[in-house]
Write a protein that binds this ligand. Structure first.
Ligand SMILES: [Zn+2]
Length: 262
């Protein structure tokens, strides 16, 4: 009885291959990232030097007034550190790591907190205090024990401080990454370079240099070449003007806050 029943059910549903899963509409695995161009790398170095200058304003004033540190060595340290981060963030190895699940977001949050601390008056001072004290101790030890001059010991102090602060940021990045790894499920990002900026409709006619009007929402979409990040799209004068003006603004805010509250 059971055998015949089995036979009938079997006959009703002949063995067929399971239907292939529908292809996701515009989900593409991005190609492995490459090293950035020299121009893009140079811009990131400039940007990070400016960020490091704003972030280091308080330490710079403290170094000048309290420790009689060498200002040239402090500036050189800031320059070296900014260029170092600019070079690392433009390298192929780092950019390929950013393509791993959750990594890019973790870095955005970690360094975002650091940049926010630069904008919020007094916050940078609080973040930099402990690493700053250790850095000054390292410099003074070298001066006393190894006989380093003012310039060399200040340079070491500045680099030690930069390293300690970046270690703190990397700890935050790791923590954010772990949280995502534990509690979130990773889905590949939907990347459609031809998506309308207004409604996401796929614009087949959008080309590198020609703009296209979206048939769905009527929005004029710039050509694909204009879809790069601002840092790579802006002209050199515009880039330098905005970055340097923001940098000077940031330094003035930091210095003003320090002089008023510090
Ligand atoms: Zn649209």
């Amino acid at each position: 009885m059971t055998a015949s029943a089995d036979a009938t059910t079997h006959a009703k549903s002949p063995p067929t291959a399971p239907p292939p899963p529908p292809p996701p509409p515009s989900t593409r695995t991005p190609e492995p990232a490459d090293r950035l161009s020299t121009r893009a790398t140079l811009r990131r170095c400039i940007l990070w030097v400016v960020i490091a200058s704003v972030a280091g304003t308080t330490s710079f004033i403290l170094g000048l007034t309290a420790n009689q540190a060498s200002p040239t060595a402090m500036l050189l340290g800031i320059l070296l550190y900014g260029c170092f981060i600019g070079l690392v963030s433009s390298s192929g190895g780092f950019r390929r790591r950013l393509q791993q699940p959750f990594v890019a977001r973790s870095f955005k949050i970690g360094y975002g907190i650091r940049l926010t601390a630069c904008i919020v008056p007094g916050a940078a001072m609080a973040v930099d205090m402990f690493p700053g004290m250790l850095a000054v101790m390292a410099g003074e030890t070298l001066e006393r024990e190894v006989g380093f001059g003012k310039f060399a010991s200040t340079l070491v102090s500045t680099l030690v401080q930069g390293t300690l602060i970046n270690i703190l940021i990397l700890l935050a990045v790791t923590f954010v990454w772990l949280l995502q790894k534990m509690f979130m499920e990773w889905k590949p990002p939907v990347r459609d370079v031809r998506a309308c900026a207004g409604c996401g409709y796929h614009l087949e006619t959008l080309e590198a240099d020609t703009s296209a009007i979206c048939p769905e929402c009527g929005r004029t979409n710039e050509g694909l070449n204009d879809r790069r990040a601002w840092i790579d799209r802006a002209s050199w004068p515009k880039f330098l003007l905005v970055v340097i003006a923001s940098g000077i603004g940031g330094i003035l805010v930091q210095a003003g806050t320090f002089l008023v509250f510090g």
